[in-house]
Design a protein around this ligand. Structure first.
Ligand code: AGP
Length: 614
């Protein structure tokens, strides 16, 4: 996700900002930019790609000053390019802004500003912010008040930093919601601003964190903080003792643990801007380029993906078939092109890929293209090949995933597929208003439900201690939670090196039941969903063979206590979204077992984050 750095003091702002942005590279980005106040004017340099490109540009066109702001951008609206990179400048050139988050009502604001004569120079949602601030500044308001007025018009969650050449003694920053943190580093007659601690710890360890709906005005020698409606805030300065590297992981031991815990937020971002309850409960996925006509013409969808992404696709099959009544096949990407698949102009091939660079998935997409299918993708890395070669895409919006074992990039596509199914159902007329409204109401619950699963980590940790020495583990699931069994087993095997098998529970009696004895832990995924009763009888069969049963079950399910040795409770969840809440504890279980075994959780042996070979 995007990174922000700002500086006011007597050092060379360009250097401080570039160093800070470098420290945030781990967050992933696709373009970068910097604005510095030079000879009383704002000068900007922006470049697509890595920071070294921006550095080269600055070497060719130097930039110097004592106050400035910078940004690394992870594209959400508009392609990764220099013109879409932050900072964004107002028409007069007097105000400049960098921003994390999504302006959910940007289309509306853009229209309003265009009608006032504003000419937009990027495809970003962020640009509306700078024009709004400029609108109020030019009516005689000061920068702080103009920012306050502009922010009151924005929907969504944001971290924002603003600089103006009309008031060169300050930088203004604000935080609304959880999309972007803002931290202010207090130096000796200098102030630093950043989205994340690692950017500034090299310079100061005295920091102040902005809370949601607070605004900071950083001067060289003082800091004022108020609420967004102008009430003064008494703030506390903290002394941070982390080194910059461990600060990237924050309070977590591993990136995987951090990413598991980011899921309440990543799911909020996944939904943000896509659900419109004001215009009658509809889903908006504009980058997919899906028209009503196309929706009506699709005669089948083939989902192609590998590993975790393929498991998400299996959930997607159930959702799309159930909600939009379109037949869906799920193909492992490495198998697809070698079996001469039946695909034509009325087929849609949907590739799912976190990295967007997986060689097998790309090869399968090429095969689908050759056969004339429409190509869609669900992808996390904007600008990646899987995104670029598709006719339309859905971005996961869950930020960079660093741990090799995918976690937040599994739950985000589950929700994307749910939204896609709902949109297809809407366009094809398979949903009545009541059902669609219910689906959307359920969708809005999911970030909170994910958060409630995360709060239960201690219980999962206790079970991890019991299982840490096991050599084998069987995972069983049915229906929409059968892929949860596959994914839970994959998580365990890839980071803990314990042999784990995911199986459709109904298949157990056709073979794997022979394996069950006291030494075989059986993880059963048994939430209250339409398959619950069938699942229950399979748990009894495992129990009768002395298996040690660990059940993932819905809060309040008394019956499960009779058949399970250990229960991992999950909050009651609408069944079509239950794979989100059932997988989170299994991610935590795998994580804690691997951590207890002292393994390299983030970089397990033999695995790569992006598998670019066939
Ligand atoms: C997930 O934990 C794995 N590391 C792996 O299965 C991964 O999902 C697979 O390689 C696909 O990657 P992609 O999503 O980047 O295409």
């Amino acid at each position: 996700m995007c990174g922000i750095v700002g500086y006011i003091g007597s050092r060379d702002a360009t250097q401080v900002i570039l160093n800070g942005l470098k420290r945030l590279e781990y967050r992933g980005y696709d373009s970068a930019g910097i604005a510095v106040l030079q000879n009383e004017e704002i000068e900007i340099r922006r470049e697509a790609g890595k920071l070294t490109n921006l550095q080269r540009l600055i070497e060719a066109h130097p930039l110097s000053g004592r106050i400035g702001i910078g940004h690394t951008r992870w594209a959400t609206h508009g392609e990764p390019s220099a013109r879409n990179a932050h900072p964004h400048l107002s028409a007069t050139g007097d105000v400049v802004v960098v921003h994390n988050g999504i302006v959910e009502n940007f289309l509306e604001l853009r229209e309003e500003l265009s009608a006032e004569g504003v000419v937009f120079r990027s495809d970003t949602d962020t640009e509306v912010i700078v024009h709004l601030v400029e609108r109020y500044l030019s009516s005689g308001t000061d920068l702080v008040e103009a920012t306050r007025k502009a922010l009151s018009l924005l929907k969504g969650a944001h971290g924002i930093v603003i600089l103006s050449s009309r008031e060169p003694d300050k930088i203004v920053a604000a935080r609304i919601g959880n999309a972007g943190g803002v931290v202010i580093g207090v130096g000796d007659d200098e102030m630093y601003l950043a989205s994340d601690l690692p950017a500034i710890l090299e310079y100061t360890q005295r920091v102040v964190f902005l809370e949601s709906r607070q605004m900071a005005v950083a001067y060289q020698d003082k800091l004022d903080i108020t609420t967004l409606d102008g009430k003064p805030v008494i703030f506390e300065e903290h002394q941070v003792t982390w080194d910059p590297i461990s600060a990237e992981k924050g309070e977590y031991r591993h990136f995987m643990e951090k990413e598991i815990h980011e899921q309440a937020r990543s799911l909020t971002d996944t939904i943000a801007g896509r659900v419109n309850i004001e215009d009658g409960h509809h889903i908006h996925l504009p980058e997919l380029n899906l028209t009503r006509e196309l929706a009506k013409h699709i005669d089948k969808i083939i989902i192609i993906a590998c590993g975790t992404a393929a498991h998400a696709g299996m959930v997607g099959k159930i959702l799309i078939e159930r909600i939009a009544r379109i037949p869906v096949e799920v193909d492992i990407a490495s198998e697809f092109r070698y079996r001469d698949p039946i695909v034509d102009q009325d087929s849609v091939v949907l590739a799912i890929s976190q990295s967007g660079e997986t060689a097998d998935t790309l090869a399968a997409m090429e095969e689908a293209r050759r056969k004339g299918a429409t190509l869609w993708s669900i992808v996390n890395v904007i600008g990646s090949q899987v995104m670029r070669i598709a006719d339309g895409y859905i971005s996961m919006q869950c930020g960079p995933e660093i741990g090799v074992a995918s976690t937040k990039a599994y739950t985000a596509p589950l929700v994307d597929l749910y939204m896609l199914a709902t949109l297809l159902g809407d366009l094809r007329g398979t949903l009545n208003d009541h059902v669609r409204e219910q689906l959307i109401a359920d969708l809005r619950l999911i970030p909170d439900l994910a958060g409630r699963c995360l709060e239960r980590e201690d219980g999962v940790k206790k079970i991890a201690r019991k299982l840490m020495h096991t050599n084998h583990c069987l995972y069983l699931g049915r229906g929409i939670n059968m892929p949860t069994a596959y994914e839970g087993a994959l998580k365990l095997k890839e980071i803990s090196y314990i042999h784990a098998e995911g199986y459709p529970a109904g298949e157990m009696k056709h073979g794997p039941i022979a394996l069950i004895d006291k030494a075989m832990p059986v993880v059963v995924i048994a939430p209250k969903d339409p398959w619950y009763e069938k699942m229950f009888s399979q748990i009894e069969q495992a129990k009768a063979r002395d298996g040690s049963v660990i059940a993932v079950a819905t809060d309040g399910d008394e019956l499960i206590l009779d058949v399970a040795d250990y229960v991992i409770w999950v909050p009651e969840t609408p069944w079509m979204l239950s794979p989100v809440t059932t997988i989170i504890p299994l991610q935590m279980l795998a994580y804690h077992i691997a951590a207890l075994r002292g393994l390299d959780v983030d970089q397990p042996r033999n695995l790569a984050k992006s598998v670019t070979v066939e």
